[in-house]
Design a protein around this ligand. Structure first.
Ligand SMILES: *Cc1c(COP(=O)(O)O)cnc(C)c1O
Length: 355
């Protein structure tokens, strides 16, 4: 248990007014959580303080060698007014998987969850209420040693910040076009693709820009060795429905193990669907699309829950998935997961945590 000190803001910021577009990640709340790590002392001085800039030396290691970890989850307001988190224990676990890979000291899972819960409690009036909106939660760690040598830092900051976010879909699920990148790669086996760490996203930007310039909203990455097998989308895992089976790339070390991915696999299995986690080659996809055996394709992630894919582009091949619309399984998953998150649907797995 953390003994969190509270220094509450004397003046509160104006909250967004009803109907104001929130966008994503632009608005911050009144407070943030912060805790220090010092070698020999461990994590110490957990506190909730007014949201503010932090001061770091230009030599702070995070600026140079990217020793950092982040997480992403959301708080939802249910119709009855209570506040809910979705599987926050999974974020705490994954944070430590990332921490380990980055040589960052682990944060006790219960402390991670406590920090998130306590901050959201303080800021609960910032949780937007309109359908599809939520309070985005961004926990992260940075290396702060003032040192230009390449080595694990001996000091760190763990912070949690919050941002009210708008509905990902303004008017219902909308299919997106995805660019299968055949030149740049995001991660390789043995690298850090399975960790949520800044460097993976820096590596992804050039491909993302290329896809955007061509009118596609996201990149689908291929494996870093043969550029032959499907990995994942920018910040989403990817699923296909082929011959009525739900198929997704297996976790091979270069793919981020999404919590939405895990939830979708569990839900589909509970509905009696066959789920296969395995290697999927881009050739298999092209063949399945051409022969009409691929009936759905969708991305999964905290931001959108489900992002139906209407179009996949690989080199000169532009594949339309089924009729380019939203598949039956995609829609059912979306309705069920968002229902569980907001307390509207039955929660047989006990995923939704009331604050
Ligand atoms: C965060 C993330 C995901 C999705 O994970 P969720 O836990 O479902 O939000 C997938 N891929 C990448 C690269 C990510 O950063």
């Amino acid at each position: 248990m953390l003994n969190i000190k509270y220094e509450l803001a004397k003046e509160l910021k104006a909250k967004p007014v009803k109907g104001q577009p929130l966008g994503f990640g632009k608005i911050t709340t009144d407070h943030m959580f912060i805790m220090n790590y010092t070698e020999g002392k461990g994590w110490h001085d957990p506190r909730i303080v007014p949201y503010q800039n932090i001061s770091l030396a230009p030599t702070a290691m995070v600026f140079h060698y990217g020793q950092t970890m982040f997480e992403g989850l959301k708080a939802y307001r249910s119709e009855g007014g209570e506040v809910r988190l979705f599987r926050p224990d999974m974020n705490a676990k994954r944070a430590n998987v990332s921490n380990k890979r980055l040589c960052i000291p682990e944060i006790p899972e219960e402390d991670f969850v406590q920090a998130v819960k306590e901050l959201v409690k303080v800021e609960k009036d910032w949780i937007p209420t309109e359908p599809g909106t939520s309070l985005y939660i961004r926990p992260f760690v940075i290396a702060t040693d003032e040192f230009l040598g390449v080595a694990p830092s001996k000091t760190y900051l763990f912070m949690v910040i919050l941002s009210p976010s708008g509905a990902y879909y303004a008017s219902g699920l909308a299919p997106v076009g995805i660019w299968i990148e055949d030149d740049y790669v995001r991660a390789v086996r043995g690298g850090m693709g399975f960790a949520k760490t800044g460097g993976n996203y820096a590596a992804s930007l050039a491909g993302q820009v290329k896809a955007h310039d061509d009118g596609y909203s996201q990149v689908l990455w291929l494996d870093g060795v043969e550029r032959k097998y499907i990995e994942e989308v920018g910040a989403m895992n990817i699923f296909f429905v082929i011959d009525g089976k739900v198929v997704t790339p297996m976790l091979n070390g270069s793919i981020l193990p999404g919590i939405t991915r895990d939830s979708v696999i569990n839900l589909c299995k509970s509905w009696g669907l066959t789920v296969e986690e395995r290697r999927i080659s881009v050739d298999e996809l092209i063949e399945a699309q051409k022969s009409g055996r691929m009936t759905e394709c969708f991305g999964t992630g905290t931001a959108a829950v489900i992002s139906p894919v209407g179009k996949l582009r690989y080199k000169d091949d532009v594949m339309t998935i089924a009729d380019g619309g939203i598949g039956e399984i995609s829609q059912k998953i979306y309705d069920t997961v968002t229902g569980i998150q907001t307390g509207k649907a039955a929660d047989p797995f006990g995923w939704s945590v009331v604050l």
